[in-house]
Design a binder for this molecule. Structure first.
Ligand code: NAP
Ligand code: HSE
Length: 422
């Protein structure tokens, strides 16, 4: 029997889930893996706090050194969250030659290169399946199972909170504010939902996924990011009329021109496999040169699904003697990360209802090579401004932006622009 001495950094939602899963599966792991995990110390902020796990008081500490500098602890599992001090603690654990398992996409994505460097320099392992898409094995799929492929594109629904909100808006026609309130009431959305609804959480996750898929570091700062706060019920309704479903997508594509990495609300065809991913579920659809199209689906958050990934990583750390690091393609180091890309666009305008306005809008678009594929104007009741919705053919992002900037406000105001992926 191999006994692994473990230290936890943090013990909230995920930490307690991991503690409980380790307790429930203790005998099974001994039989199936010949491994027993002994959690020696757990770093928390408040040792007196009530927790969702029966943890002996003497295991808890507020001294990080009791985890990081205990030579007896070989495996450090981090689920304290946030950038610092989590990143600093993980680096210190790696420097001590300890293996690290983390669920923390923020610290991992913001300190990717330093963490990988410390791990390699000290021949220590770092595992991070739980950092993206909870229970879905997307990290090991990219790191191991799809190594034979060149990944050409990847579309992820990687944030459960926003998927829950957009699904509610699509299914019940409720406003963004009401859908958010309901998500908060049900515990899907945080009291401060900024990181989720503004797309930061998805950008951290995309940076990790794209770094693995393209075998070069994709910094979070290079991910184009837009959240869902500008989406109105009418956008979703117009999209549905045209056969589209709205998702917050994390997209990564590579081509001869460079790499695109972006997080933004995106209309996808109603029959696309990702369109049926509803509620708080996550999914990643990708395409490789040999594997062709593939989709992974499952629970992207929550205590038990995330613990599934953390504990599987702990078992991997116990099983493998030699750490394996993400493959890096040195030739890709200078690959351009594009800030202009081709897409179709949904454009919603409030237009003055008088002669010449449509001609003006069409001219602004046409002069920059943007061609209209579909258009609808709603003016059931007479009013000064009417909604006009356009779908363009594929066009370059910067041309569309320039065209919209050229529209005279007395003719039409741009209310929303949403990219469309076919
Ligand atoms: P949480 O419930 O807020 O737990 C955080 C834990 O870390 C708490 O035990 C807290 O101590 C401790 N902690 C925080 N800062 C500390 C500090 N400076 N010093 C000592 N202890 C500190 O968070 P969570 O929901 O478990 O999430 C943890 C991590 O998992 C995050 O990186 C998150 O992104 C990731 N994750 C979460 C989910 C999810 O569904 N929640 C899913 C996937 C990944 P106290 O308990 O004493 O306050
Ligand atoms: N806040 C995240 C989500 C869960 O809503 O998907 C943790 O990754």
């Amino acid at each position: 029997m191999k006994e692994i001495h473990v230290g936890f950094l943090g013990c909230g939602n995920i930490g307690c889930g991991v503690w409980n899963l380790l307790r429930d599966a203790e005998e099974r792991f001994e039989q199936t893996h010949g491994v027993r995990f002994a959690v020696r110390k757990i770093l928390v902020r408040d040792v007196k706090k009530e927790r969702a796990a029966q943890i002996p008081r003497e295991v808890l500490t507020t001294e990080a050194g009791e985890v990081l500098h205990d030579p007896d602890i070989g495996l450090v599992v981090e689920f304290m969250g946030g950038e610092e001090p989590a990143a600093h603690y993980m680096m210190e654990a790696l420097r001590q030659g300890k293996s690290v398992v983390t669920a923390n996409k923020m610290a991992l994505s913001l300190h990717w290169e330093e963490l990988m460097r410390e791990a390699k320099n000290h021949h220590a392992a770092i595992y991070y399946e739980a950092s993206v898409c909870g229970a879905i094995p997307i990290i090991s799929t990219l790191n191991d199972s799809l190594q034979a492929n060149r990944i050409e594109r990847m579309y992820g629904i990687v944030n459960g909170t926003t998927n829950y909100i957009l699904s509610s808006m699509s299914q019940s026609g409720v406003s963004y504010a009401d859908a958010l309130k309901e998500a908060q009431r049900l515990g899907f959305a945080e009291p401060d939902p900024t990181s989720d609804v503004e797309g930061y959480d998805a950008a951290y996750k995309l940076s990790i996924l794209a770094s693995l898929a393209f075998r070069c570091h994709i910094p979070v700062g290079s991910v184009y990011r837009e959240g869902i706060t500008r989406v109105e019920a009418s956008d979703i309704a117009f999209g549905q009329e045209m056969g589209y479903t709205l998702k917050l997508l994390a997209l990564a594509k590579q081509s001869a021109e460079g790499i695109q990495v972006r997080v933004h609300p995106t209309f996808i065809p109603r029959l696309h496999p990702l369109a049926s991913v509803s509620g708080s579920f996550n999914s990643v659809f990708l395409s490789g040169d040999a594997c062709d199209d593939m989709m992974l689906y499952g629970r992207g958050a929550g205590s038990a699904p995330t613990s599934s990934a953390v504990v599987s990583d702990m078992l991997a750390a116990a099983r493998f003697d030699s750490p394996v690091y993400p493959a890096v393609d040195a030739d890709r180091a200078n690959t351009a990360i594009l800030d202009n890309w081709e897409s179709a666009f949904y454009i919603r305008l409030s237009a003055a209802d008088r002669p010449g306005v449509l001609a003006h809008v069409a001219a602004c678009l046409g002069e920059r090579g943007v061609s209209i594929r579909y258009m609808v104007q709603r003016s059931e009741t007479p009013s000064a401004r009417v909604p006009i919705v356009l779908i363009t053919h594929k066009a370059m992002e910067k041309d569309v932006r320039a065209a919209l900037d050229a529209i005279a406000p007395e003719n039409a105001l741009v209310d929303n622009v949403i990219r469309v992926e076919e």
